[in-house]
Each structure stands twice: as structure tokens, then as C-alpha cells.
Design a binder for this molecule. Structure first.
Ligand code: PSU
Ligand code: MN
Length: 303
């Protein structure tokens, strides 16, 4: 694979791409908006280490000083983590504006998929994706992540969708957009903090090589668009469903009362959950991200 001149690669990522070695993309909104400092930086660094240990070069993606960066230095990870939500959360609509202003942006799942695709990276690991929000029939709040999955050929490994979203409607939307949802070792869509949701996936696969084969077939057939691979949180870290649902319910109500809207609602809900459940939800969040990085690295290696 050749290098794209619009992308600023880290030396490690550039070398891997030129030599067709396995690379996985990692997002940066999870660092700036998804977790508190300093655990966010520590987690981001551990993700990179786990990717390498499992045979893939990590490419954390962000916009820094207007450059589309694929692969960050430890100092850049530290900067994003320390600055936190003061860094702009950047999705598809934001990339060109931030680049033209020479600014910084932490990339969402949608934003990271765009940079990964430009850089020729096929597999991307994160925690949870955005989706159709509860009450979307009135608010029309549907994450740009789903549109991106419908059009950009990158496979996203996640732990499902948090029940801050309407999981059933999210799956309907993915079906409409032609996005296959593959459960790794499960028939059910996981709900981030819990391993089950009551909703089924399209396919169950138990072997990373089988997932790699499906992704390769999609590329070879020229069928554009993403694939969603859902990997349940490790048993040991899965949370009590009733407990987490009650917290989420209260957070959604609070957001409604305060009139939180648009790009702020997901970070608001994530912060509320974090504040109320404290360490337990953060531990689960960190564990499931590591688990997803491991799986993504294995899939990328098998491709
Ligand atoms: N859900 C999580 N953790 C996250 C996000 C979502 O459990 O960190 C972040 C991701 O970066 C995701 C983005 O792409 O929020 C979705 O934001 P929105 O709902 O505004 O599209
Ligand atoms: Mn939204």
C-alpha cells in the first residue's frame, strides 16, 4: 500500500503500511471525552502496547495543528488526554473546517473511519459506537457513526452500544444502511457494560480468521461500507444490568431537563454515568477496550 500525502503518519505506521503489515486504527474522542485524566492517557498507551503484543501496529487518529494524524507520539496522547473535552470533538462534518483552521480535533468513530480509510487501514478498535438515540423519532438524533458505517469500508470492533441509545433502532438503522453486524462468540448484541441486550446480531463468528475472510470478501467484491464487529465485555467486568440501566435512565432524564443537545449529549451522558458509578464503570470501560484491541489486532493479522 502507498502512502497518502494528505495524511501525517507516525514513522511506525508509515513503515507498516508501506510493507503491508497489520495496522489497526484507534480513535481519540474516547481519550478526550470518554474517560477522565490520567486514566485516559494510560488506557490509550496500553491499547497501543496490546495492539503490538498481538501483532498489529497501532494508529491512533486525531487532527493536530490542522494535520490529519495517523499514529501519535506519547506526548500527543498526553496532550489530548490532559486537554480533555476542551479539544473539539470531530466527526465527518468537522474535519475539513478544523484542518483549514490549523486546529486540533479528537476524532469520533466516524472521523476515525475517514482517516483510517484514507490511510488504507481496514480494521479499527474502539469502546462503543454512537447510534440512534432514545426518542430519536422526535429529536432525529442519529449518530454520524452509523452513516459512516454505511459508506466507508472500515471494520469497527466495539463492545456494542450503550443503552443511552435505542439499541433496537440502532440495529434497524444498520440494517437499512447495509452494515453487517457480526457477534464475536455471541448471538446477541452486547450493550457495552453488559454482555447481552435481548437483540440478535446478523452473524455469529467464533474465530478471528473467519471474520477476516468475510472482510476480505467484502473488499474483493467491491461492496463499499463498514462492518460492525461486536465483542462482549469480559465476563469478569460485566455490570449489573438493573443497576446500570437505572443510572442511564436518570442521566437521560437529566439531559432532557437541562436541554442538552447535538454533539454535547453523548459526552454529557458518558460523564454522568462516570460520576454516578465511579470506578466500576471505568474499570469495565477500560477492560472492554483492551479486549477489542486484542480482537482487532488478531483480525488485522489474519487479513
Ligand atoms: N460511546 C461510548 N464512548 C464514547 C463515544 C460513544 O460509549 O467515547 C464517543 C465515540 O467517539 C463516538 C461518539 O464515535 O462518542 C459518538 O458521538 P455522537 O453520539 O455525538 O455521534
Ligand atoms: Mn447526535
Amino acid at each position: 500500500m502507498k502512502l497518502n500525502e494528505k495524511i501525517l503518519y507516525s514513522p511506525e505506521v508509515a513503515e507498516a503500511i508501506l510493507n503491508d503489515r497489520p495496522v489497526i486504527a484507534l480513535e481519540s474522542t474516547i481519550i478526550s471525552h470518554g474517560m477522565p485524566y490520567p486514566q485516559n492517557v494510560e488506557t490509550a498507551k496500553n491499547c497501543e502496547r496490546i495492539a503490538r503484543e498481538n501483532g498489529a501496529v497501532p494508529a491512533t487518529c486525531a487532527i493536530l495543528g490542522g494535520s490529519l494524524c495517523v499514529g501519535l507520539t506519547p506526548d500527543q496522547l498526553e496532550y489530548l488526554g490532559k486537554t480533555g473535552p476542551a479539544v473539539l470533538k470531530a466527526s465527518r462534518r468537522d474535519i475539513a473546517v478544523i484542518a483549514s483552521r490549523g486546529g486540533d480535533g479528537a476524532l469520533t468513530v466516524a472521523g476515525t473511519m475517514i482517516l483510517a480509510h484514507m490511510a488504507g487501514i481496514r480494521v479499527f478498535a474502539t469502546g462503543g459506537i454512537g447510534g440512534v438515540h432514545r426518542g430519536a423519532t422526535e429529536t432525529m438524533d442519529i449518530s454520524a457513526d452509523l452513516e459512516e458505517l454505511g459508506r466507508t469500508s472500515v471494520a469497527v470492533v466495539c463492545a456494542g452500544a450503550k443503552s443511552i441509545l435505542d439499541i433496537g433502532l440502532t440495529l434497524e438503522y444498520l440494517e437499512t444502511k447495509g452494515v453487517p453486524v457480526i457477534g464475536f462468540g455471541t448471538n446477541e448484541m452486547p450493550a457495552f457494560y453488559t454482555r447481552t441486550s435481548g437483540f440478535g446480531v446478523d452473524y455469529r463468528m467464533d474465530d478471528p480468521a473467519e471474520i477476516a475472510a468475510a472482510l476480505k470478501a467484502k473488499l474483493e467484491l467491491g461492496i463499499a461500507g463498514g462492518t460492525l464487529i461486536v465483542n462482549p465485555v469480559p465476563e469478569k467486568y460485566s455490570m449489573d444490568k438493573a443497576k446500570i440501566d437505572a443510572v442511564i435512565e436518570a442521566a437521560v432524564e437529566k439531559a432532557k431537563t437541562l436541554g442538552v443537545k447535538g454533539k454535547n449529549i453523548t459526552p454529557f451522558l458518558l460523564a454522568e454515568i462516570k460520576d454516578v458509578t465511579g470506578g466500576e464503570s471505568l474499570d469495565a470501560n477500560i477492560a472492554l477496550v483492551y479486549n477489542n484491541v486484542r480482537l482487532a489486532a488478531k483480525i488485522a493479522s489474519a487479513m
